[in-house]
Write a new protein. Structure first.
Length: 183
């Protein structure tokens, strides 16, 4: 029998950091901005989400001030641009202009949707756990572009590598009794 190889504990997060990489837009009344995040969480079967970010991100102050944002889900064809967005600051960069992304007016929040993304979720902050820089959000409206050819998400491993969605495995019948009505 082969023995498992020990992984350094400081790399343990790479085993769990598998949620999709997202773009979060904010608008503070003066400027729209986009930040890249890979630390997101679905909290249950309701439209409640959480993500972690802090004052190191330019959008942090706008998020605290307005209490709203859009979580945009880029497909794998936007992976390079998404990483580039996360590698520069909105303090001195108009990211919509630099990366040729189209802001669309949202229905419920001042932060824009991103036209080029596969999906967008308008959100309102309902809690901010400052000790851990966690924002808890309620989803207000969700939008998808079903005409997009590329719909696969991509996931950060945490060390500069990313994994693209692949094969879809359908175990829906087994889980049917556990799924909320309408899902």
């Amino acid at each position: 029998m082969q023995k498992m190889k020990k992984l350094p504990i400081q790399k343990a997060f790479t085993l769990l950091e598998s949620g999709p990489v997202v773009l979060v837009t904010t608008a503070d009344g003066c400027k729209q901005n986009i930040m890249t995040l890979s630390w997101t969480m679905v909290m249950d079967f309701t439209p409640r989400f959480a993500f972690s970010t802090g004052s190191w991100n330019y959008s942090y102050q706008a998020l605290k001030k307005t209490g709203e944002c859009v979580i945009a889900v880029p497909a794998v064809d936007l992976s390079k641009i998404t990483v580039q967005i996360g590698s520069c600051s909105g303090a001195n960069t108009d990211k919509f202009k630099k990366f040729k992304l189209t802001p669309l007016k949202a229905e419920n929040v001042s932060a824009p949707l991103i036209k080029e993304c596969y999906a967008n979720i308008e959100c309102r902050v309902i809690d901010h756990i400052e000790k851990h820089n966690i924002f808890v959000l309620d989803g207000l409206a969700a939008w998808v572009d079903n005409k997009r050819t590329e719909k696969r998400c991509f996931h950060a491993v945490g060390d500069g590598h990313f994994i693209a969605d692949g094969e879809v495995i359908n175990h829906r019948r087994i889980m049917l009794s556990k799924l909320p009505k309408g899902v």
